[in-house]
Design a protein around this ligand. Structure first.
Ligand SMILES: [Zn+2]
Length: 243
């Protein structure tokens, strides 16, 4: 486990013997900060994340809110939804936000074989590449459910696993005000990763309040940006969170 002094991101790596390689893929080298993207590493950052899309309308609403506040976010997309909503997937990239994977079928990947996990991840990588031209570098395990076997496959496909440190609870029936409070009341430290879902009814409405409020204090960055500026060791097959 490593901890930076300026940004509270912790990393955990598996010690299972199923991970046989001791080398770590140089994820950081794969990430090139966007041109004309002004980020001040000395100022607080927060990474909003939106799972379970792209949905279409909600994706575009959230992207417009981000643009209006000069922010970006990370969208963990389900592979078969990318096929169904390819215009929204393209819009994520065009806005400057990060597109990433969230499996193909939204299964709990810890219940699958390595071959099945590889299929879930590869199909998702491939459709995002086909639709947007992007080689994704990160994924979020459905339900945040991870184990050594999953991380070994993630390493194989050169992706880091990303969980979260603040849960908006939008997936659990939270109202607009509850989503707002869950995020704002907990966003009191630098380097947080916030779990949201773009397919939940109250999330876009909550973001109309959350995004402008966060932007007063924080730079709204992608997970790639957050990790790039907070650690020098972003590695495929590693689970990043803030727990
Ligand atoms: Zn999900």
């Amino acid at each position: 486990m490593t901890t930076t002094t300026s940004i509270d991101i912790t990393t955990s790596t598996t010690t299972s013997t199923t991970v046989t390689s001791t080398t770590t893929a140089p994820m950081k080298d794969n990430f090139i900060p966007a041109p004309n993207r002004a980020i001040d590493p000395s100022k607080p950052m927060i990474a909003l994340t939106f799972d379970d899309g792209p949905t279409g309308k909600n994706t575009l609403t959230i992207l417009d809110l981000l643009t209006a506040s000069g922010g970006r976010a990370t969208f963990f997309n389900i592979g078969n939804s990318v096929e169904a909503n390819s215009a929204a997937a393209k819009a994520i990239v065009a806005q400057g936000s990060q597109i990433a994977g969230h499996s193909w079928t939204h299964s709990d990947l810890t219940g699958l074989s390595s071959a099945e996990i590889l299929s879930e991840m590869t199909r998702t990588r491939d459709v995002i590449k086909k639709v947007t031209g992007i080689d994704i570098t990160m994924f979020r395990p459905p339900y945040g459910s991870s184990n050594a076997n999953l991380l070994a496959v993630a390493k194989q496909v050169n992706e880091a696993a990303i969980n979260w440190s603040i849960d908006s609870n939008d997936w659990n029936g939270a109202s607009v005000d509850q989503i707002y409070n869950n995020i704002i009341n907990n966003a009191n430290k630098n380097g947080a990763i916030v779990l949201c879902h773009e397919n939940q009814a109250n999330t876009p409405e909550a973001m109309k309040k959350v995004i402008p409020e966060l932007a007063k204090t924080y730079q709204l960055v992608t997970v790639e940006e957050l990790l790039y500026y907070s650690t020098k060791t972003i590695s495929a097959g590693t689970l990043y969170n803030n727990k």
